[in-house]
Design a protein around this ligand. Structure first.
Ligand code: NDP
Length: 327
């Protein structure tokens, strides 16, 4: 039985191309669980992967898609049986192992999470790596003592996948949420997710002072670079900032002042290789603290054939909310 897959190849003259092809199950990579993929997503990282940016796809040809959710069709691991609904975020997908942009996937059982009872496979992908990363970031803030009583929390890259879901969860947890965005015209959308107020991202994106007025108890930063530096400089005494992204850039031209004078904590967030226990906690908390209905109006659905164009657009900052791939 053949199935459809989006195949990304690199030619001898280093041209990257992604085409829809028919594959056989025997062409899949080794693994102990085989899945009928129902949904995948387009994240910023998928945009980078399909553009051929260094550091994501590590061997060609590759099937992209860092997320997938679907139904187990066969399993050599006793924890999973045919019919189980499962999901994967990250691990080797789209780096060294075929990912979610195909109707079938064969993967390592250790990468799987069972879809929480409260979610459909579609809802887990509406959340996707972006939402799971947002939750890991919020868990890091909680771990560092940031509570609604301490003051507002800032979310940067607010219209993006991580930002949108961070706003929704934080608001649901009772936080006053300040959303930083380059798209001030999306105020209504951001407020519908739960943002209390909106600030223009240009107020944070240029080099600033080592310490500024203390404005927030914590922050989820998807942007990096000068933005993260300014976010740290304006974090309250003993506050915490979770750094999970680099939409502005990977640099961090900072001083140590927020750390040594305000006891601010900078918490790093990696979703790709996070251990099972951290993933399970994040998904359990998403099942409890996020109403998936609120994501409905953040979703754009595309088909496999639309993925290359969508992936290019996410790099241009043209995508709002979450993009689901109906596999
Ligand atoms: P999106 O592209 O959906 O969102 C990024 C958002 O950042 C945009 O919507 C935009 O929001 C803002 N932005 C874009 N360009 C700039 C810029 N030049 N300066 C300032 N802000 C900008 O991406 P995701 O939400 O999927 O991911 C966000 C970041 O998190 C990415 O860098 C991604 O690589 C990273 N990430 C990291 C993970 C990890 O494991 N650490 C996992 C998942 C993602 P607005 O228009 O509102 O300003």
């Amino acid at each position: 039985m053949s199935f459809r897959a989006l195949f990304t190849t690199k030619s001898d003259d280093k041209q990257i191309e992604t085409n829809l092809i028919e594959m056989a199950e025997d062409d899949l990579m080794p693994g102990d669980v085989t899945i009928d993929v129902e949904w995948s997503t387009v994240n910023y990282k998928d945009g980078l992967a399909l553009s051929g940016a260094p550091g994501i796809i590590q061997s060609y040809p590759m099937i992209g898609g860092i997320d997938l959710a679907g139904t187990v069709t066969s399993s050599e691991d006793a924890r999973y049986k045919p019919g189980d609904k499962v999901l994967i975020n990250g691990w080797a997908l789209s780096q060294t192992h075929f990912g979610g942009y195909a109707e079938k996937a064969r993967v390592k059982s250790d990468w799987l999470i069972k879809v929480p009872d409260t979610f459909t496979t579609r809802q887990t992908m509406a959340i996707g790596t972006a939402g799971y990363t947002a939750m890991l970031s919020i868990l890091a803030l909680e771990h560092n003592g940031v509570t609604p009583e301490k003051g507002p929390v800032l979310v940067t890259g607010a219209n993006g996948g991580v930002g949108s879901i961070a706003i929704a969860v934080l608001s649901n947890l009772g936080f006053e949420v300040i959303a930083s965005t380059g798209r001030m015209d999306e105020e209504a959308y951001l407020k519908s997710l739960g943002a209390t107020s909106i600030i223009d991202r240009t107020s944070l994106s240029e080099p600033g002072r080592p310490l500024g007025k203390e404005r927030w108890a914590g922050a989820v930063d998807a942007v990096g670079s000068h933005t993260l530096v300014n976010v740290l400089a304006q974090t309250q005494y003993r506050g915490a900032v979770a750094a999970c992204g680099l939409a502005q850039g990977p640099d961090l031209p900072a001083t140590v002042m927020p750390f040594i004078l305000r006891n601010v904590t900078l918490a790093g967030i990696d979703s790709v290789n996070a251990p099972y226990a951290a993933r399970k906690t994040a998904w359990d908390r998403l099942a409890k603290d996020l109403n998936p209905e609120i994501l409905e109006h953040t979703i754009t659905e595309v088909n496999l054939e639309d993925v290359p164009e969508t992936a290019a657009n996410i790099l241009k900052g043209k995508i709002k909310g979450r993009t689901l791939v109906k596999v």
